[in-house]
Design a protein around this ligand. Structure first.
Ligand code: URA
Ligand code: SF4
Length: 217
């Protein structure tokens, strides 16, 4: 299956998923959105109020800030892939629980394998913990780590910076280094992990303009 087909299949399965208790209270599941051949994948925590209404990731206040951070780094949301460690909203935006993270993990792994991004950016401590189980975000944010032959950078969650103004310049500085991280990821990536030729092709402007919002399916 090509990457876009895998993403579509994951989206379809997520939309009917009852693997964990979060399905009881969700309105719309949020599988993720963006390019199947994205070089950068952002992984947040879980859908919030507006994401649950719309079925799209990062569309609330944190999402607006994320768009600003991406724009400042010269990136457009359509050129990256954005998802979460849990695809359904934890009630009242509580933390996702271990059993929910475990139940949902396979969807995320399949998305990562399909997209095969050069760089993974984790947003907040739950997605960081998937790759850097014992790390402290205050110590490792903005640093690159190779995890299973893929470059991973942990960042503070944009919502944390909205709640804690002192974090804002820290998050901005970390995001400003994204182009540098992508370059590093691409130049040092072990050959065995390199994306397939199809996945490596640069999307044309036209492709970007009509970027598939996979979560709409
Ligand atoms: N916060 C997240 O972690 N994910 C979203 O999709 C929205 C807010
Ligand atoms: Fe399924 Fe994940 Fe939603 Fe739980 S959070 S119901 S595992 S899609």
């Amino acid at each position: 299956m090509d990457p876009a087909e895998v993403l579509l299949e994951v989206s379809r399965q997520v939309s009917n998923c009852k693997r964990c208790g979060l399905h009881f209270s969700r309105k719309k599941p949020v599988p993720g959105s963006g390019q199947a051949n994205a070089k950068i994948m952002f992984i947040g925590e879980g859908p919030g109020f507006y994401e649950n209404q719309q079925g799209l990731p990062f569309v609330g206040a944190a999402g607006k800030f994320l768009d600003e951070l991406l724009a400042a780094a010269g990136l457009r949301r359509e050129a990256v892939f954005i998802t979460n460690v849990v695809k359904c909203r934890p009630p009242g935006n509580r933390d996702p629980q271990a059993d929910e993270l475990a139940a949902c993990n396979d969807y995320l792994d399949r998305q990562i394998n399909a997209i095969n991004p050069a760089l993974i950016v984790t947003l907040g401590r739950f997605s960081m913990a998937k790759f850097l189980p014992n790390a402290k975000i205050s110590e490792v944010h903005g640093q690159t780590r190779w995890v299973k032959d893929r470059l991973v950078v942990a960042m503070y969650h944009p919502a944390a910076a909205l709640h804690q103004p002192t974090l804002r310049p820290v998050v901005e500085a970390d995001f400003a280094r994204l182009p540098e991280f992508v370059k590093m990821a691409e130049s040092h990536r072990p050959a065995a992990q390199a994306a397939s030729p199809a996945a490596e092709a640069e999307p044309s402007e036209e492709d970007l303009g009509s970027a598939t919002q996979l979560s709409l399916f």
